[in-house]
Design a binder for this molecule. Structure first.
Ligand SMILES: Nc1ncnc2c1ncn2[C@@H]1O[C@H](COP(=O)(O)OP(=O)(O)O)[C@@H](O)[C@H]1O
Ligand SMILES: Cc1cn([C@H]2C[C@H](O)[C@@H](COP(=O)(O)OP(=O)(O)O)O2)c(=O)[nH]c1=O
Length: 210
């Protein structure tokens, strides 16, 4: 890409654990690539070598809740500097499994930490950067939990949380979506993968390829 390329678009996927984001991300990335768009697929926490090491700690190591919150933003700082900003500036699109909305949902909604502290961290770590589009996979926590159980994979620190925790996370996501309806689109994730995929493809097409 040369320096006159248009800036890339930043798309994020959000939702409680087991909402079904992972397979749909692959589908969106394929659709964009079929249109000839250069796409970086990434995830948080993670997305860089250091970020992936922090992810391992975050998912498995017991820690103070504020340590957890700050490590999420430390991994994000690295991710923004090394992957997200360089890609967007070069005209590549970034499709990412979670970003700062997850911190507001999990650390503020779920853990009960003070939102004001995260407004400060957000404006420190990624001033002026927000996703162009966020797809929020919404579904009842019990449906998501049964999906997580059915994978048979050992649950991590977050997946071991109880229903009440995920009720709070879900409510925090929905409240954030209602405050930013243009950016955050709510997807009813308690449907078949085919129905969800069709809706997401329609949203992306309507926004950028109409
Ligand atoms: N729409 C769906 N209906 C039923 N099961 C689903 C659906 N989407 C995903 N799953 C299954 O639920 C589990 C969790 O899905 P996954 O995509 O890993 O969720 P997430 O990445 O949001 O945690 C997987 O076993 C997946 O096959
Ligand atoms: C990015 C982020 C993730 N998380 C949590 C949510 C997830 O439980 C976990 C890992 O994310 P993820 O890999 O998306 O989990 P899953 O595929 O099971 O949905 O990290 C936070 O608590 N805060 C954050 O800021």
């Amino acid at each position: 890409m040369n320096q006159t390329s248009a800036r890339g678009r930043f798309i994020t996927f959000e939702g409680i654990d087991g909402a079904g984001k992972s397979s749909q991300i692959e589908a969106v990335v394929s659709v964009l690539r079929e249109r000839g768009i250069a796409v970086e697929q990434s995830r948080e926490p993670g997305g860089t070598p250091l970020g992936e090491r922090l992810r391992d700690l975050l998912l498995h190591e017991p820690m103070h809740l504020e340590t957890e919150a700050m490590l999420m933003f430390a991994a994000r700082r690295e991710h923004v500097a090394r992957l997200i900003e360089p890609a967007l500036s070069a005209g590549r699109w970034v499709v990412c499994d979670r970003f700062s909305d997850a911190t507001f949902a999990y650390q503020v909604g779920g853990r009960g930490l003070d939102a004001a502290k995260f407004d400060v961290l957000e404006s420190w770590v990624h001033p002026g950067l927000q996703p162009d589009l966020t797809l929020l996979f919404d579904l009842p926590p019990e449906v998501a939990a049964s999906r997580v159980r059915s994978t048979g994979v050992n649950p991590d620190r977050f997946e071991r949380e109880q229903r009440d925790f995920f009720v709070r996370v879900r409510d925090a996501y929905l409240e954030r979506a209602h405050r930013a309806p243009q950016r955050i689109r709510i997807i009813d994730a308690d449907r078949s993968p085919e129905q969800i995929r069709a809706q997401i493809e329609a949203i992306v097409a309507e926004r950028w390829f109409a």
